[in-house]
Design a protein around this ligand. Structure first.
Ligand code: FES
Length: 127
């Protein structure tokens, strides 16, 4: 069904595995964003003393596109500095997913914006 809808295999696998779904006890940052569709994402960030991202989890009320995009976003930022993680964009996620339906591209934006919000709030001490 997802294939017919326009999801490529990597996107489907991220959606089915949901490897980074959930929360982190003692997270350094928890931030939440509501998408234009009304869906909600919450991101949990854990960083080490040099501000390298050790772990990330998302809680999501959203579609398959949102879930696959968020799971891909975690793999792109893990092990990166906060500054470098801020550089990931929608195109980077799309490349990893290979394809999702065009009407779901805003779900990628929600995953990226939520990640960026978490990093920015962590950097500004608003946690
Ligand atoms: Fe809301 Fe995909 S439709 S996040």
């Amino acid at each position: 069904m997802l294939t017919e809808a326009g999801y490529a295999d990597p996107a489907i696998n991220y959606y089915l595995e949901k490897k980074y779904m959930g929360h982190i006890e003692n997270a350094d940052q928890v931030s939440e964003k509501v998408g234009s569709c009304g869906d909600i994402m919450k991101v949990y960030l854990k960083v080490d003393e040099s501000k390298i991202i050790e772990d990330v989890r998302y809680e999501i009320t959203g579609c398959a596109g949102a879930i696959s995009a968020a799971m891909a976003a975690v793999e792109l930022v893990k092990g990166k500095t906060l500054d470098n993680a801020l550089k990931i964009n929608d195109g980077d996620i799309f490349k990893v997913l290979e394809n999702i339906p065009e009407k779901k591209h805003h779900c990628i934006q929600l995953a990226v914006k939520t990640m960026h919000l978490g990093i920015e709030e962590l950097l500004s001490g608003k946690n």
